[in-house]
Design a protein around this ligand. Structure first.
Ligand SMILES: [Zn+2]
Length: 309
């Protein structure tokens, strides 16, 4: 009898502990961080929206709004709400610079009528939404499959495509592999502006997403081709940093070419990835560049793998 009572108390105590821990966990789940979109006005009809993933460009044309990149999951609606404070015009078009979740996920929250344009390899990558080299080994659930295909591209281009004309004109270019195998350069000729996405994310080591076709051997050449081919651009919206100049793009091409030449020499000298990573430092001529030892080490591995093939 006594033993049964004791057991009953133990069970009741366990249930109480579970209930308490459940009660404590709930409020944290109910108060997610507010999604704050910050606006930087670049021209009367061009804005950079910051926060929640990659930089978003909002280009207001005579017929509607073109949005370049739509940030992380849950940020589509905050982008739409912020656009309403900038113009009464509806969003007509989304351009995604590449496949990564922090640039495409908001697509699913836009009206289904919105046209979506990407480079053709990016469409293939978005069908998979595979793991990103150097980040997670298992990919997040495919947000487009979860939304029955909503937010997937409706139009693609291979090397070049023009949307609209005159003041509304947008030129899309693809110059080869780099950050992924589908990085679009989005040019607004009338404004002398370009959105480069993550092939120029910041002044520092790039993310080279080999799993999505990226290339450490080729990224410098791809950037140099963009710099040599595209004309009449002064300012560049980067993937994750501030607005940069046209000369900054040339310098970034040189930075990446320098890196692959150095990695090639290290491999030739028989250095392991670990040994090479310990030696690496950003060359002094790249003045305001930020080091990222983990990314540089991953990138040495990516370059070595390519050179071995
Ligand atoms: Zn990216």
């Amino acid at each position: 009898m006594r033993r049964e009572i004791a057991l009953g108390l133990l069970i009741a105590g366990g249930a109480l502990a579970l209930a308490v821990s459940g009660y404590q966990a709930a409020p944290a789940q109910q108060t997610p961080a507010p999604k704050i979109v910050e606006v930087e006005k670049l021209k009367d009809n061009l804005f950079m929206l910051k926060g929640g993933g990659g930089n978003t460009a909002v280009f207001v044309t005579s017929t509607g709004v073109v949005v370049v990149d739509t940030k992380n999951p849950g940020w589509g609606q905050p982008i739409l709400e912020k656009i309403k404070t900038l113009t009464d015009k509806p969003v007509t078009t989304i351009i995604n610079t590449h496949t990564h979740a922090d640039h495409v996920s908001g697509n699913v929250e836009f009206p289904a009528t919105v046209d979506i344009v990407v480079q053709e390899n990016t469409k293939t990558n978005m069908e998979k939404m595979g793991a990103v080299t150097g980040l997670a080994t298992t990919p997040a659930p495919n947000i487009f499959k979860e939304n029955n295909g909503r937010g997937m591209p409706k139009h693609t281009f291979k090397d070049k495509m023009t949307l609209g004309k005159d003041a509304d004109r947008i030129d899309l270019y693809y110059f080869g592999r780099g950050h992924t195998n589908g990085d679009a350069f989005v040019v607004f000729p009338a404004l002398r502006f370009m959105h480069a996405g993550d092939i120029f994310a910041r002044k520092g080591p790039p993310l080279l997403d080999a799993n999505n076709g990226g290339s450490g051997v080729l990224i410098g050449d791809t950037l140099a081709k963009a710099h040599a081919t595209i004309k009449n651009v002064d300012s560049i919206i980067t993937g994750h940093s501030t607005v940069m100049t046209w000369n900054d793009l040339k310098e970034y091409a040189d930075f990446n070419k320098e890196f692959v030449a150095w990695a090639r020499a290290e491999m030739k000298a028989g250095k392991s990835v670990d040994d090479a990573a310990k030696e690496y430092a950003i060359p002094s001529q790249f003045k305001d560049y930020t080091a990222n030892a983990n990314q540089s080490k991953t990138n040495i591995g990516v370059v070595y793998n390519e050179l071995k093939k």
